[in-house]
Design a protein around this ligand. Structure first.
Ligand SMILES: Cc1cc2nc3c(=O)[nH]c(=O)nc-3n(C[C@H](O)[C@H](O)[C@H](O)COP(=O)(O)OP(=O)(O)OC[C@H]3O[C@@H](n4cnc5c(N)ncnc54)[C@H](O)[C@@H]3O)c2cc1C
Ligand code: FES
Length: 276
């Protein structure tokens, strides 16, 4: 993926592709799964990358909405989306056969360290969205995966089938105890970190969760990658609406991320050096 301002010819430019809706189903409370016929993006997308969707025509949709690609295969990509506002309500209403356009693949996704034999994935809520392709890729590479998957309630757990298909072990937690352990996903995540001794930890979910997982991984001396969500306008590194404070300065989540090395991220405002 190339950022505005990059000159490296070795980085691939994103594509603009006209895509067709293949299916669009509700899969959990307030969550849909849309499958798109997108042969060119599907051929290039890597785990943890995202696409920028022009959901519909009209002034409300001039700004594209960013979505991780949950799964990709053949000529198809799938996106798990939570219905929040006008854009995602319109997305939920798109029917098979309808067209829209996407820009992608965008961003830098997850990386699998050389020699990794065991990985821990920690997903909170829709944080599971960018981890579908990841868990499938890990299985292809012969990396054993443990997954800690959390949600507010049983009805809001997503992607369990994908994790169960590819991971060695899946542990659930819900805030209300309606499925799995009662409480936050960080509790089983900490236990799996101690028991399974992974070589790498991947986290995506609410930032408070990612930060807690990053701290646990750092304490255990295990490298950790986090996928950070920011409001995004351009998606290609030009508008600076998506900045992330890191130890190497301000980075753009859309093209330097959304996946970052957790130890690079300045999680506390107090850690960010003042700007002069
Ligand atoms: C790299 C990236 C990947 C993402 N992947 C997914 C995904 O796989 N599935 C998914 O459901 N969502 C994902 N999101 C969030 C998604 O882009 C927003 O939820 C969506 O744009 C909201 O559009 P809307 O018009 O429905 O909501 P709006 O009416 O624009 O906003 C409704 C609410 O959502 C919040 N919101 C809007 N945009 C974002 C954003 N970018 N991040 C966080 N909160 C936002 C607003 O602050 C507001 O509270 C991703 C965001 C990023 C940056
Ligand atoms: S969204 Fe414009 S720079 Fe990242």
């Amino acid at each position: 993926m190339i950022c505005a301002g990059d000159i490296s010819a070795s980085i691939e430019h994103p594509l603009l592709e006209r895509v067709t809706v293949l299916a669009n189903d509700r899969v959990a409370t307030g969550v849909g799964l849309i499958a798109l016929h997108a042969p060119r993006v599907a051929a290039r997308i890597e785990p943890g990358q995202f696409v920028h969707l022009r959901i519909a025509r009209g002034s409300s949709f001039l700004l594209r909405r960013p979505f991780s690609v949950h799964l990709a295969g053949g000529e198809r990509i799938e996106i798990l989306y939570q219905v929040l506002g006008e854009g995602t309500r319109a997305l939920a209403a798109r029917a098979p056969g309808e067209e829209m356009d996407v820009i992608g693949p965008l961003g830098r996704g997850w990386t699998v360290p050389d020699g990794a034999a065991h990985a821990l994935l920690v997903a909170g809520g829709l944080g599971a969205a960018p981890m579908g392709m990841l868990v499938a890729r890990l299985a292809d590479l012969g990396v054993a995966a443990s997954v800690a998957l959390g949600a507010p309630t049983k009805e809001r757990l997503v992607a369990l089938d994908v994790f169960e298909a590819h991971a060695r072990r899946v542990v659930l937690a819900t805030d209300d105890g309606s499925a799995g352990e009662h409480g936050f996903v960080t509790a089983p995540a900490g236990r799996l970190l101690a028991e399974d001794r992974p070589d790498v930890v991947y986290a995506c979910g609410p930032e408070v969760m990612e930060r807690a997982v990053a701290r646990m991984a750092a304490d255990a001396g295990v490298p950790c990658q986090v996928s950070l969500e920011r409001l995004m306008a351009c998606g290609i590194g030009a508008c600076l609406s998506c900045v992330v404070a890191t130890r190497s300065g301000q980075k753009r989540a859309c093209c330097d991320g959304p996946v970052f090395d957790a130890k690079e991220v300045l999680w506390d405002a107090s850690e960010v050096p003042p700007r002069h």
